[in-house]
Design a binder for this molecule. Sequence first.
Ligand code: 9G3
Length: 581
Amino acid sequence: MRQQHLLLPTLREAPTEAEAMSHQLLLRAGYIRQVAAGVYTYLPLGQRVLQRLAAIVRSELDRAGAQELLMPALQPAELWQQSGRYELYGPELVRLQDRHGREFALGPTHEEVITSLVGSEVSSYRQLPLTLYQIQTKFRDERRPRFGLLRGREFLMKDAYSFDLDLEGLDRSYRSMFDAYVRILDRCGLNYRAVEADPGTIGGEGGTHEFMVLADIGEDTIVSCTNCGYSANMEKAEFAAARKVDARDSDSSGGCEDSVSSIAAMEKFHTPGIKTIEELAVFTGAAASDCIKTLLYVADGRLVAVLVRGDHEVNEIKVREALGAQKLELADEAAARNLAGVSFGFIGPVGLNVPLLLVDRDAANMPEAIVGANEDDYHMRHVVPGRDFAPTLVGEYRNAAAGDTCPHCSALLQFHRGIEVGHVFKLGTRYSEKLGATVLDRAGQTRTLVMGCYGIGVSRLLSAIVEQHHDPNGIAWPAAVAPFQVHLIQVSLKDEQQTALAESLYRQLREAGIDVLLDDRDERPGVKFKDADLIGIPIRVTVGKHAAEGLVEVKTRFGSADAVVMTVDELLLKTKGVREQ
Ligand code: 9G3
């Protein structure tokens, strides 16, 4: 392609509104433009990368035996009512009416449509296993669209659905998709982890894994073992229980019982305006780990207090599971006032009037603690769990934290930020039951299909790759996904020898099956090279001062190696097979 007539509007300055580096670079390098919050146009270069990604996804899914189809974005509300999800999802589900007043949704995902289809069209076990997929635009009205393509309201997703007769079949289908995802992300040149995840509201019965691209901008925290390969997202991550006796308690001979008698009676003290653990630690000179945080939640309508050590964070998934609750939300400040007559910062467990008091194991094991006094501007010290308040339940209700060790091998856990680009779920029969997807088995018995579902955010993948493949000058695409393989730059349009060589090379490279972008613009060399660095095509070929001798300068976008002067034949040899790696 000739750059002169290519719609490739590069920007000198980083757009101020773009928080993520990938968002800035995709705007600056002319890959995308924003149309509305979380809604983007893919310019020609952006579209080329999306097509490359889609091709990688297709080839690996086809290889795994999945079949491509295309379902509508416009979905009748009835299907969502049948699955029970029309009410379950709030404003995130984009709803609309047709001219007759019939209700529809713009598909945020396609479990309903596909299960209904397979329910009508598949009737025998002989047609199984079956995995179907599509690459299609999805709609989710996110509260906070952010980071460009990383959290959009309209985005491109590959979604796949497997149908099996039994759980063993599901395990095979799941494994085969999992393996395809590994190959896809490897081909995209990504540094990622497949982590154990929580099935969330979609309600999986078996396992679920997330594929997380390691990047600081990522909205998720990944916990992984430094020794054995265990990795999970923060919601799901477990850790080995700490030893019962605290290090500070080294003069006591054993368990809490011995030390309790030596601890003073609890005592209220004045802490004017001190509302956070950080303020409390500064004010008292104690460590955050000497304090206990008390948080109020509403679990399926019931009020619950959850206690964790001051330096720990509550894990709401673990709390929800311990309570067997569907829904868990932080209570609002009015509830705190109502209950204890105090504001949030001064709530504590002593004499607190809640039916359920969940205490994290590490908080329960503290010899003594500083807690809120349930009175504005006061805290209590020398509070002994068990002596001064009685937990309803003690368990693991917190997130893993620095210093925690692996639940399997006890090595130290480490933490990374990650961008979720893929997710595989074992769904079970939840949708097939509701939407009546059954087949007859070998014995002529009716069996409900066992499903899995598998997603890859294709547009998110594009951003995630840029997060991992850039430098201060711009993007540096892995060859397999680059919009072009070679960027051919003619330094001066006035030099006839350069024109002759550039045109002949352009033709020869294309004849060799290589995607070439020819910079034939009448611009200063500095502008051309700056744009080339920004755009990030892997191989840069400059036709300049050596053109008369038939020589070109070749430089790769990544690595610091200097440009190499070579003949056209050497170049043709070098560019052969760059895509295949
Ligand atoms: C909705 C809305 C938002 C949603 C969903 C439904 C996320 C929803 C989970 C999934 C699960 C899998 C197929 C591909 C793999 C992932 N956000 N999820 O179901 F109505 Cl508004 O989409 N779907």
